[in-house]
Design a protein around this ligand. Structure first.
Ligand SMILES: Cc1ncc(COP(=O)(O)O)c(C=O)c1O
Length: 448
């Protein structure tokens, strides 16, 4: 049976299989050692939520290439759009010339971006490029230079975006000095609290820190260009900011003429069951950055800004490859699938998974929290539910044993696991994933 015909995992060899072992061995000699591979999956082909490795083993993919293949692997409409476009025109550079597809995609993104006002769209190739573009635009537009971001947030790895990133020290170590004028505030984590206590006050504590500490002591709000926030932290552990926090942040920004930038690189494009995670809070950021899910795996990002904010002049910013026709065609096909049923499906299957996992904290003493929205679901592992002592080793154990059972999941943050499947999965696949993880968690518990 081909990968295209399977809906659930099918393992033929011990993992990794013999061919996978060979590739891993060669990879270890020539490929950058900076990549973090949690387990040895050597992917060969994929269809929908299924991935086949080089040894013919089939996996159910709840990682989706880090929340990227929104429509599943090689969705036929996306493949057809890529093939058609590749045969017509691969590159001219939208920096210097015009493409019909760029306009169509910009019009579409502008129409679904939060808020009613006019928008303009800048295209690049990756999440970090969207953030760099937003940082530059924010400085350009406001003529201010300070940025505020949040602990635990991940905005990318190029030097500007890395200056905002405060997720893991290893991501910043030895790369300094980073950009000056970047200050971090605690993220409103409703499981742990902004400062590791008072979870129920997380939103208020975090907002108060910005107003009473940052603004009064180190960063006069008149010099702050933008506040960058992930409405749901991705790499930081799939932690959702409460709606009242995002609404408070919007008020704070308006009060001081600061731009609010929503980093929806991971949470956007329908993953949370709405177009954007900020839609759940009803706020309207001045700039919204998105990437990952936008083109089902083709490199593309968009920085969408209010039209009066995107006031930079020709030559101020551009990218040779950004918005290339093949990626744009893939994005237009992706959006067709998202609008037809995948966004609604993300909401529906997300609810199903939350119902299935509702009793996990009671049944599993190592599960501290299950949270998220739509198909952006985080599971946090602890040694003790009372003290909330983090248990990264138990998370790793669950992750690896899921792989051995044919389920692909990724870690997030220090001790959480993320479920980020393609938005087109069905109930049977969601049920399989939940039952598999349930078994893996029980196994990890028995090891204690
Ligand atoms: C929220 C967020 N912003 C930015 C980035 C950077 O995106 P990329 O890896 O495409 O540069 C990521 C990547 O994980 C992300 O999750």
């Amino acid at each position: 049976m081909q990968v295209a015909e399977r809906k659930l995992p099918h393992l033929l060899t011990a993992l990794p299989g013999p061919k996978a072992k060979q590739i891993v061995k060669r990879d270890q000699k020539v490929v950058s050692p900076s990549y973090t591979r949690d387990y040895p999956l050597v992917a060969k082909s994929g269809r929908g939520a299924m991935v086949e490795d080089v040894d013919g083993n089939t996996f159910l993919d709840f990682a989706a290439g880090i929340a990227v293949v929104a429509t599943g692997h090689c969705h036929p409409e996306v493949v057809a759009a890529i093939q058609k476009q590749a045969a017509e025109l691969i590159h001219m550079s939208c920096t210097d010339f015009y493409y019909p597809g760029t306009v169509e995609l910009a019009e579409k993104l502008a129409s679904v971006a939060p808020g009613k006002g006019a928008k303009r769209v800048y295209f690049g190739n990756s999440g970090t490029e969207a953030i760099e573009a937003a940082m530059k635009l924010a400085r350009y537009h406001t003529k201010r230079d300070i940025f505020i971001a949040f602990h635990g947030c991940f905005h990318g790895r190029t030097l500007g975006a890395l200056s905002l990133t405060a997720s893991k020290a290893v991501q910043r170590k030895h790369f300094g000095p980073l950009l000056g004028g970047v200050f971090h505030a605690p993220y409103p984590n409703t499981y742990r609290g902004a400062f590791g206590t008072r979870p129920e006050h997380a939103a208020a504590d975090s907002l108060a820190y910005i107003e009473n500490e940052l603004f009064k002591r180190v960063a006069d709000p008149e010099e702050v260009a933008a506040i960058f926030v992930e409405p749901i932290q991705g790499e930081g552990g799939y932690v959702a900011a409460p709606a009242e926090f995002l609404q408070g942040l919007e008020r704070l920004c308006r009060k001081h003429g600061i731009l609010l930038v929503a980093d929806e690189v991971q949470s956007g494009m329908g993953r949370t069951g709405k177009w954007w995670a900020v839609n759940h809070a009803g706020i309207e950021p001045d700039i919204l950055c998105t990437a990952k899910g936008i083109a089902s795996g083709m490199p593309l990002c968009a920085m969408i800004a209010k039209a009066d904010v995107m006031d930079w002049k020709p030559g101020a910013h551009a990218s040779t490859f950004g918005g290339n026709p093949v990626s744009i065609a893939a994005a237009l096909a992706t959006i067709g699938v998202l609008e037809r049923n995948a966004i609604a499906n993300a909401a529906r299957i997300g609810d199903f998974i939350f119902r299935q996992t509702a009793g996990w904290r009671e049944r599993h003493k190592i599960v501290g929290d299950v949270r998220g929205k739509g198909l952006m679901i985080g599971i946090e592992f602890v040694r003790d539910q009372m003290t909330k002592e983090r248990a990264p080793e138990l998370r790793d154990r669950v992750l690896k044993s899921a792989f051995r059972k044919g389920l692909l999941v990724l870690g997030a943050g220090e001790n959480s696991l993320r479920l980020a499947p393609p938005l087109v999965i069905d109930e049977e696949q969601a049920d399989f994933a939940v039952r598999t993880l349930d078994a893996c968690i029980s196994e990890a518990e028995r090891s204690l």
